[in-house]
Design a protein around this ligand. Structure first.
Ligand code: TRP
Length: 329
């Protein structure tokens, strides 16, 4: 079975944007591939962060992943910093990473622009990401469009390492692009993101979901109830595609184009399907939160499995790079 690896930043509980953009896909993939999913806390320290909240944000993300449907019997879920081999391979890979390529990364340039002082870790971010994937010799990486450039650099790093230290040791990982369109926030303007406060959390109550959906932005050209709309430019239609069954999605598109329904009718339908989809996740999350020791035990088991795989790669890599063995006593 082919192996996949993906990572998500420890941003606390999932919202429907993360879910539709990534995690919904992972839940499907876990049965089709040998899969590892990682909460990338080491990546989180490359930008300003609060050490007091890192551990709870990491734990909340892990709970979210399990509640959303990642099953520890089907895939490996773990926290990046629990497997020290990630940092080791990261360093070893810097020996084949061209500085110019790091400086060219659009994500680095974007983030650096918004910062007063730019950290070396921000520049080296894609090297750590390469280490994440190569450590497990994964061949596919489920990600969104925004990570394609990082994946190109990852392949470049794999190629250069292979050329210098061991022909064809690392596979060249390919992106497995997520089908979902980018989910905008409820304001219909910016990307859905917790810091902008335009999200719906995965475990919000039915009442809270409706309260947020009711005033959400729709097709801006639809001013009155009688104006026909264009589903393709309506963010709520994207959400329908994520949460409603295909027949409803078709009906919604039709009723929007013909002004058969007003936006509120459409939102009510969406709320029903969203609430129904999220209800079991909300229940699972509540059960997991009542049992933090159980969550920790799952994470520990996940890290143990990941470490077992990682150690073999590190032993090979050390050997091929020519380090003196520490020896055994
Ligand atoms: N950079 C990715 C993101 O921001 C997160 C990530 C870290 C990742 N390591 C990874 C994704 C390895 C895929 C594979 O979304």
């Amino acid at each position: 079975m082919r192996r996949i690896f993906s990572g998500i930043q420890p941003s606390g509980e999932l919202h429907i944007g993360n879910y539709l953009g990534a995690v919904q896909n992972w839940v499907r993939l876990q049965t089709e591939y040998d899969s590892l999913f990682c909460v990338v806390d080491l990546h989180a320290i490359t930008q300003d962060y609060d050490p007091k909240s890192l551990s709870s944000l990491t734990l909340d993300m892990a709970v979210s992943l399990y509640a959303a449907g990642l099953d520890p019997d089907k895939c490996i879920v773990f926290v990046q910093s629990h497997v020290a081999e990630h940092t080791e391979l990261n360093w070893l890979l810097t020996s084949v990473t061209p500085l110019g390529e790091l400086e060219r990364q659009t994500q680095f340039k974007d983030k650096a622009q918004r910062q007063e002082s730019i950290l070396a870790g921000l520049l080296a971010y894609p090297v750590l990401q390469a280490a994440d994937v190569l450590l497990y010799k994964a061949s596919l990486v489920p990600v969104g469009e925004d990570q394609v450039q990082h994946l190109e650099l990852m392949r470049e790093i794999a190629r250069r390492w292979n050329a210098r230290y061991g022909e064809a040791y690392f596979p060249e990982p390919q992106p497995l692009l997520t089908r979902t369109k980018r989910v905008l926030g409820l304001d219909g303007k910016a990307k859905m993101s917790k810091s902008l406060g335009n999200t719906i959390g995965l475990f919000e109550s039915p009442e809270a979901i409706w309260e947020k959906l009711r005033p959400a932005a729709t097709d801006p050209a639809r001013v009155t109830r009688k104006d026909p709309g264009t589903p393709e430019i309506c963010n709520l239609y994207t959400l329908h595609q994520g949460f409603s069954p295909p027949a409803t999605v078709e009906e919604v598109a039709d009723k929007c184009r013909t002004a058969g329904w007003g936006c509120l009718d459409c939102k009510r339908k969406l709320a029903d399907h969203m609430i129904a989809t999220l209800a079991p996740m909300r229940e699972r999350a509540a059960a997991l939160k009542r049992d933090p020791a159980g969550v920790m035990a799952r994470l520990r088991a996940g890290a143990d499995k990941a470490r077992n795989l990682a150690r073999r790669t590190i032993a090979d890599v050390r050997d091929r790079m020519g380090f003196l063995k520490a020896g055994e006593d």
